[in-house]
Design a protein around this ligand. Structure first.
Ligand SMILES: [Zn+2]
Length: 610
């Protein structure tokens, strides 16, 4: 370390980043609990949470966000209460440009500050003429974050310019944005790798940014390969040389992004970047849910407003829906399996001591304990599940359910992932209403037809597949049910067999149970079991269904994919009826008995959704 770097380069401003009205970061910290790590006294009292889902996270393979999606995600992050929401890179693409334009009138953030992202000026250019910097100013946000190279290798090899010019680029760019009235965060790219090669240069870059007015110096592990002990050591060394606000930005390539973030905070970093649900390219960015929960619950460091911690799980799932990537069930704290217990031994112990097998109270982060039932389940697991559902199962009934589960799971059913179908089994065993009293199925039938269309196939456009010729597939389903004392025959078209069956079944029974209009299929998954039997293999279908209050999964198994789908579909509707009835959405007058009357046959035909 050169004395010049350590002494006279301006790395000395106290608490530049404390927001107006907020207490500055101090070193007085109450641990409030039984954690026993070494440097408790070094822990900051609070950190600022900076979400970059809309910029860095959106680099994830398979993620493609519309401007509307981005606005919805930003609203959720604000609802959660993060300090900063990085919205994108204005000027880099038309979508981000539009996002910042629409954000001005359509995005009303109550808690978070919107940040625009960009890079420093080009090598050899002037900040005043720089396109990227101009776009940042025009984005209309009060804060900007710019990235600069802090590894000598990247300056000389990628940027092909001198180290002095790289330092000047950092200083000029921060200064330009400050002069334009913006708050500026400074992302030091490849900082940890750069530090290991040339610490003096890495320090010169962040010192220049600080001197020019950057309010947080964010040390980035861009390649994501740094380990926690290295982070701890390097952040400590930087911290010794500055009282500037330090931040951390960690990628998860070594599986250590959250651990690295915590290590940086332990050494005094008070600005934490990451993405909700750990989104990001390659192995992702630091998962903010786990970061926030760990900092708050285990380290006693303030993150988001304390009374919003229980929003972590709902927000994580809501954002998962918006970005259309289903949330990994095992995602710590917020995943559906994060507090799910399967083994019988655990579940009976859990009943006595909830902290015996759970590291935190699940409801502190808005999640809940869940008991998972499978053929391996003991009686106690099943009993807890019954209690959860408000059902009373006596010992013989419990035995019957267990026997049925074992038999069906052997046949390919999988009740762990089909809470709706499991509930129906348990309701039937306990004698509670299970929806089957509402209607009785006589038969169903599906016809799928392909028909060539058009003339002059010889003149057709070049073929995509050798077998392809113009044609149209139509599917029609007929369902015969007994409902409300009548025999109803309903025929509907659909874009496929399951869609047509769903349409026909609804057409038949919705007139009797209007609450079903609020019940919708949301996901359909097919898995082939014993695939070595090729087309004769057994198919397992899982359906997810939602009403206004929640989601349930149902299952069907058969060698016939349509039959498997039908089983799952009927279960889905039955649970829909049970839930509607429990919610009082089915007035008594509407609950007719399936075979109650002596009515004739009603025939309904309609065109289903195409
Ligand atoms: Zn990054």
């Amino acid at each position: 370390m050169s004395p010049e770097v350590a002494g006279s380069n301006g790395l000395s401003r106290p608490d530049a980043g404390a927001a107006p009205g907020e207490p500055s970061h101090t070193h007085s910290h109450q641990t409030g609990g039984a954690h026993s790590h070494g440097h408790v006294s070094d822990l900051p009292e609070s950190v600022d949470i900076y979400d970059t889902t809309l910029r860095d996270g959106a680099q994830q393979e398979g993620m493609s966000l519309t401007v509307d999606d981005k606005l919805r995600v930003a609203e959720q992050l604000d609802h959660l209460g993060v300090a900063y929401v990085e919205g994108g890179w204005p000027g880099a693409n038309p979508k981000d440009e539009e996002f910042f334009r629409r954000a001005r009138s359509e995005l009303h953030l109550g808690h978070s500050t919107l940040v625009a992202f960009g890079s420093t000026r080009r090598a050899g250019g002037a900040a005043g003429d720089d396109e990227v910097l101009r776009h940042l100013v025009e984005a209309g946000t009060s804060a900007a974050c710019i990235v600069a190279k802090s590894s000598d290798l990247h300056v000389t090899e990628a940027l092909r310019t001198s180290l002095d010019e790289a330092v000047a680029m950092a200083a000029d760019s921060v200064g330009f944005l400050k002069a334009a009235g913006l708050r500026v965060f400074f992302d030091a790219e490849h900082f940890f790798d750069g530090w290991k090669r040339d610490a003096d240069f890495a320090l010169r870059v962040i010192a220049a940014a600080e001197e020019a007015g950057a309010e947080a110096l964010v040390l980035c592990d861009t390649n994501g390969g740094t380990l926690p002990d290295e982070v701890e050591r390097i952040v400590a060394e930087v911290h010794q040389r500055t009282s500037a606000v330090l931040g951390g930005h960690f990628h998860n390539d070594a599986g250590c992004a959250v651990a690295n973030t915590l290590a940086a905070v332990r050494q005094g970093a008070t600005h934490v970047q990451g993405c909700v649900n750990g989104y990001g390219e390659r192995a992702g960015n630091a998962d903010l849910s786990a970061t926030i929960a760990n900092l708050t619950l285990k380290m006693g460091v303030r993150t988001i407003p304390a009374d919003r911690l229980e929003r972590l799980t709902p927000v994580a799932h809501h954002i998962g829906e918006v970005v259309n990537l289903s949330l990994d069930p095992q995602r710590p704290y917020v995943g559906t399996a994060a507090f799910a217990h399967k083994a019988g031994l655990h579940t009976s112990a859990l009943a006595r001591r909830s902290d015996a097998y759970e590291h935190v109270q699940p409801d502190s982060v808005g999640n809940g304990t869940r008991f998972v039932v499978s053929e391996l389940a003991g009686r106690s697991t099943l009993q807890f599940k019954a209690a959860e559902l408000g059902l009373e199962l006596d010992s013989p009934a419990l035995g019957r359910v267990l026997d049925t589960l074992k038999r069906l799971e052997h046949a390919g059913y999988h009740f762990e992932v089909a809470d709706g179908s499991l509930e129906l089994l348990m309701r039937a065993a306990s004698g509670a209403a299970d929806g089957s009293e509402a209607f009785r199925i006589e038969s169903y039938r599906v016809i799928s037809e392909w028909r060539a269309t058009g003339e002059g196939l010889d003149d057709a456009e070049p073929l995509v597949h050798p077998w392809e010729s113009p044609g149209e597939v139509t599917t029609e389903a007929t369902v015969k049910v007994h409902v409300g004392g009548e025999r109803v025959v309903a025929t509907a078209e659909g874009n496929g067999p399951v869609n047509a069956l769903d349409a026909a079944l609804r057409m038949a029974i919705e007139p009797y149970f209007g609450a079903l209009r609020n019940v919708h299929l949301t996901d359909y998954r097919v898995r082939v079991l014993h695939s070595e039997r090729a087309t004769g293999a057994v198919t397992r279908v899982l359906l997810d269904t939602s009403d206004a209050d929640g989601t349930w999964s149902t299952i069907g198994v058969s060698e016939n994919i349509i039959e498997a789908s039908w089983q799952a579909l009927v279960d889905s509707v039955m649970i829909g009826l049970v839930r509607a009835s429990a919610a009082g959405a089915l007035p008594d007058a509407e609950v007719h008995h399936a075979d109650g009357g002596a009515g004739g046959t009603t025939t309904i035909e309609a065109v289903g959704a195409r």
